[in-house]
Ligand binder design. Structure first.
Ligand code: SF4
Length: 382
């Protein structure tokens, strides 16, 4: 049974390893204001994995969920090693009652991805997503080793293997940098034949604005960047790949659901479990300040329903009512949803603000709506 007023948790992000073999300067875990990773155990232990598995199974039973998604995350999750990853996944799957499904995926920087890992993921039914920001120059602006060298070539080798494995390949995750040409980035990513691309806006808020986001709201550099990619993607003769943000906008504009926490009014359905078993909100909130993602709860003592009752998560379940006045009166609100929760933050007054990307989101949504509705009108007239 669902707790009144709350949507159940359907996505559980398991931090299986808390360190990384890259030192990307745009990383919100290691380079952000919150440095709590330093006190986390390196790897999730079998004991914590068993407690997490019990909580997942309990939540699925309590809310009669036929499926849930577990994302193996880090740091760099492949640093945990195949044996530990196998133990963690087995703990979750064996705890879940028969007839219910747990889809497992892993989000990696790709550096340790080899045939042995790919075979392991195939055997375990684990889908693999890789982070890559574009071609070599674009990617290596940020995604560098601690010694300063770029990671592109090593990741490209791994992607050459992964692109031949549609049985495990889920897609690519790219963070937008305004200095990179948008169409070039998209086409560089396409070279690795991803089933799906996720474009992530760089994290920032009203107190710490994203790079190149001017205070002047008439300028829309991120909106313009994404519009260029949208036009290239939408204008392709045949579908080349799915793009989660664009798919979500098209769906929302047609009255459907969102597939992204960056747009739309859907309640948050994701929780993070750290390597020590702490229950947290998404990592992205760590960009707002130390402790912003924390709930003070732990899988040993607290259920996911306890987490949903936490004021920070309850606010993210309130939909339209939790938004700023500007958003509630905005004609785009049902599609935009006020943007990503973390991007609304302003020190001293919290999250009840429009997104720091408000003007960019309005530009993108207006453009997507214009193209979509114009095509629908043409189609209807034929
Ligand atoms: S963030 Fe801006 S565009 Fe989005 S709903 Fe709020 S006011 Fe509208």
């Amino acid at each position: 049974m669902t707790t009144p007023g709350f949507s159940p948790i359907r996505q559980i992000l398991l931090k299986v390893h808390s360190r990384c073999n890259l030192a990307c300067d745009h990383c919100y875990v290691y380079e952000g204001a919150d440095q709590s990773w330093r006190s986390q155990p390196m790897t999730m232990s079998p004991a914590v994995a068993a407690l997490a598995a019990r909580r997942i199974a309990e939540h699925m039973r309590r809310h009669d969920l036929p499926w849930a998604t577990v994302i193996l995350h880090g740091g760099e999750p492949l640093l945990a090693g195949r044996d530990r990853l196998g133990e963690i996944v087995a703990a979750v799957r064996s705890a879940v009652p028969p007839g219910r499904t747990v889809d497992v995926s892993v989000q990696t920087n790709g550096l340790l991805l080899d045939d042995a890992y790919l075979d392991f993921f195939a055997r375990q039914g684990i889908r693999v997503g890789v982070s890559l920001d574009g071609g070599e120059q674009a990617n290596d602006r940020h995604r560098r080793y601690a010694h300063g060298g770029g990671s592109y070539r090593a990741v490209a080798q791994a992607l050459a293997l992964l692109s031949g494995r549609p049985d495990v390949y889920s897609g690519l995750l790219a963070t937008v940098d305004l200095r990179n040409d948008p169409v070039e980035v998209y086409e560089e990513l396409l070279r690795f034949r991803p089933p799906r691309i996720d474009f992530l806006l760089p994290h920032g808020n009203w107190t710490t604005p994203p790079p190149g986001r001017p205070a002047e709201q008439s300028q829309t550099p991120y909106g313009d960047w994404l519009v260029a990619v949208f036009d290239r993607w939408y204008g392709a003769g045949a579908p080349e790949t799915r793009v989660r943000l664009f798919d979500s906008l098209v769906s929302l504009l047609l009255g459907g659901p969102t597939g992204s926490e960056s747009v739309g009014l859907a309640s948050i359905d994701l929780l993070t479990i750290e390597t020590d078993g702490s229950i947290e909100q998404g990592d992205v909130l760590k960009t707002a300040g130390p402790g912003m993602a924390a709930t003070g709860l732990h899988v040993a003592d607290h259920s996911f329903d306890d987490a949903l009752a936490h004021p920070a998560l309850a606010a993210r379940q309130a939909g339209l009512a939790a938004l700023a006045d500007e958003c509630r009166q905005c004609p785009l609100v049902r599609v935009c949803g006020g943007g990503h929760y973390a991007h609304r933050y302003r020190a001293g007054s919290g999250f009840r603000h429009p997104s720091v990307f408000c003007a960019d989101l309005a530009r993108l949504i207006g453009h997507v709506r214009g193209r979509l509705y114009s095509d629908l009108r043409v189609g209807a007239a034929l």
